[in-house]
Design a binder for this molecule. Structure first.
Ligand SMILES: [Zn+2]
Length: 92
């Protein structure tokens, strides 16, 4: 899907949560992340995600700060949390 300028349209964090959940074995779409840029607390599903295929870059819905980068490379998942002050996961 593209926006009015032909650029890939941003997605919400549910797809990224699905990729993470497949590797971790738990649903992490309701994981709470705190933005390093503005301090906003939000669930993973609410982040604004750019990128096609497995993985992507997730930005804060409040200030657009990059909070999370996820890439699936061969059979490994690489997660870069620079931009996130805190990550809270609930016990399944
Ligand atoms: Zn922010």
């Amino acid at each position: 899907m593209t926006d009015e300028h032909g650029e890939p349209a941003p997605l919400d964090g549910n797809g990224l949560g699905g990729v993470l959940g497949a590797f971790l074995g738990v649903d992490v779409t309701d994981a709470i992340l705190v933005c390093d840029g503005c301090g906003r607390q939000q669930v993973l599903a609410a982040l604004v995600v750019f990128g096609a295929g497995p993985g992507g870059v997730a930005r804060c819905r409040g200030c657009s700060h990059v909070m999370l980068r996820v890439a699936e490379i061969r059979n490994e998942l690489v997660v870069d949390l620079r931009g996130t002050t805190r990550l809270r996961l609930r016990r399944p």
